[in-house]
Ligand binder design. Structure first.
Ligand SMILES: CCCCCCCCCCCCCC(=O)SCCNC(=O)CCNC(=O)[C@H](O)C(C)(C)COP(=O)(O)OP(=O)(O)OC[C@H]1O[C@@H](n2cnc3c(N)ncnc32)[C@H](O)[C@@H]1OP(=O)(O)O
Length: 153
């Protein structure tokens, strides 16, 4: 699979959630399935909250990085451009809202499905749901904003 994150330039591949260059991170991979974006992730025992269940911060970070990647992919798709083309679209999180609907089991593959709700200027809004087997355990809304040139200054 060639994922959205595989197109990130190396200097932006250190993110704890999605950076392929971060050996301690989740290194999530996201791709299109029709008009939805999909990330699959299997929690490790050290992601535990209550024994048997995944830590909420993990769920939030999966939604977060799934959504920033989805935002970039959505912008490329809208422009009819390949994700390899320059200049690159880079998105950071402006806001992250998560609803924890059910406990998330730690022993199941998690499937995060995202939908593009709005693209306006430098902003993309992504809604996502986290599924464990047949149960939706969390849902989220992320406002992703194209990273300013002077980010961090
Ligand atoms: C090939 C692909 C490459 C991809 C590379 C991937 C990089 C890897 C990184 C992975 C990262 C992984 C994830 C991470 O961990 S990212 C790390 C956590 N996030 C940050 O550190 C971001 C810090 N914040 C900022 O830098 C600025 O505040 C940003 C850039 C977010 C906006 O400041 P800026 O001055 O630039 O924006 P603007 O004022 O012109 O507004 C523009 C639009 O956005 C809307 N808005 C703004 N904020 C919010 C908000 N809080 N709620 C709702 N909406 C908000 C605003 O209303 C407006 O919309 P509209 O009114 O026009 O409708």
């Amino acid at each position: 699979m060639y994922a959205f994150q595989d197109h990130y330039p190396e200097n932006l591949s250190h993110c704890y959630g999605c950076g392929s260059q971060n050996p301690h991170g989740h290194q999530i991979k996201t791709e299109w399935e029709g008009d939805e974006t999909v990330t699959r992730f299997r929690p490790e025992p050290f992601h535990t909250s209550v024994p048997g269940f995944a830590y909420g911060g993990l769920i939030a970070s999966l939604i977060d990085c799934h959504s920033t990647a989805s935002a970039a992919a959505a912008m490329y798709r809208q422009e009819g451009r390949s994700m390899d083309s320059l200049p690159a679209f880079r998105f950071v999180t402006g806001s992250l809202h998560v609803d924890f609907l059910k406990p998330t089991p730690i022993d199941a593959e998690l499937v995060i499905r995202g939908q593009v709700k709005e693209i306006k200027g430098r902003k993309v809004v992504i809604e996502s749901q986290v599924w464990a087997r047949t149960v939706m355990t969390a849902k989220g809304v992320v406002v992703a904003v194209q990273m300013p040139e002077n980010f961090g200054t």
